[in-house]
Design a binder for this molecule. Structure first.
Ligand code: PEP
Length: 253
């Protein structure tokens, strides 16, 4: 099953509207390959300016989270319909920083993803084990629990991002063997939750200190369908180098 790779940039709390526009103008001026799909996820405040710049381009636009309710007393939150009104078509949910710093859980992650999908967005569903869980041999158990919370979602609007927490922003990446093992396990679990056919189509991204120097080794793996990239997505050169590495890997180079 050939899955079009996806390279997604999670800018976190970086780049206001002006900086986002400058970055996107520079990205669009690069000669980028047709595949992979490319997604950028700026902070909410930069989405309107980013949407304007990206109109008519092939670069996709996503939010970094989304709330499950349509409207109401949820200070600081954004509804899925507010995103679609801007032309945003993707939303990250359950990023480990949301889980660790803002108390999000498997249950709220699946609620956010369900609301996103109901509004027509694609949910980028993040999961991954902590260092302590890996050291205690609990990685697969943790992944199983986290991915099982996605059971009621629509697999056709779902991308899974395996992001070992110990690799995020640390400069330490999973080895190719660790990444392939986790991705193959997740795909097998997705087949149980949905179907073999659905699981074969779901893109599973790797995230955690992905950068130009390790992109080939990780993106060429059979169950790694692209990357969710934090730090290295903030720089046009390194982000586009990763995009090119994904294109090379998809072409078998
Ligand atoms: C992330 O935040 O999703 C991430 C993978 O960050 P980094 O690439 O900086 O490790």
């Amino acid at each position: 099953m050939a899955r079009t790779p996806l390279i997604a940039g999670n800018w976190k709390m970086n780049k206001g509207p002006e900086e986002s526009v400058a970055f996107l103008e520079a990205l669009l001026s690069q000669e980028l390959p047709e595949a992979p799909d490319v997604l950028v996820c700026p902070p909410y405040i930069s989405l309107p300016a980013s949407a304007m710049i990206l109109t008519g381009s092939s670069v996709l636009l996503g939010a970094q989270s989304v709330h499950w309710e349509e409207s109401g007393a949820f200070t600081g939150e954004i509804a899925a319909s507010m995103l679609t009104e801007l032309g945003v078509e993707w939303a990250i949910v359950g990023h480990s920083e949301r889980r660790a710093l803002f108390g999000e859980s498997d249950a709220s992650t699946s609620q956010r993803a369900a609301a996103a999908q109901a509004a027509g967005l694609v949910a980028v569903y993040c999961l991954g084990e902590t260092l302590e869980q890996r050291e205690q041999g609990q990685t697969m158990q943790v992944l199983e629990q986290q991915v099982s919370a996605a059971r009621d979602l629509n697999p056709t609007r779902l991308v899974v991002a395996y992001e070992p927490v110990w690799a995020i922003g640390t400069g330490l990446n999973a080895t190719p063997d660790q990444a392939q093992e986790a991705h193959a396990f997740l795909r097998q679990r997705l087949a149980t939750l949905f179907s073999d056919e659905a699981a074969a189509k779901i893109r599973i991204l790797y995230g955690g200190s992905l950068k130009p120097s390790n992109a080939h080794d990780l993106l060429r793996l059979s169950d790694v369908d692209g990357g969710l990239i934090g730090g290295a997505s903030l720089d046009v050169q390194s982000f586009s180098d990763i995009i090119r590495a994904a294109a090379d890997c998809a072409a078998g180079a």
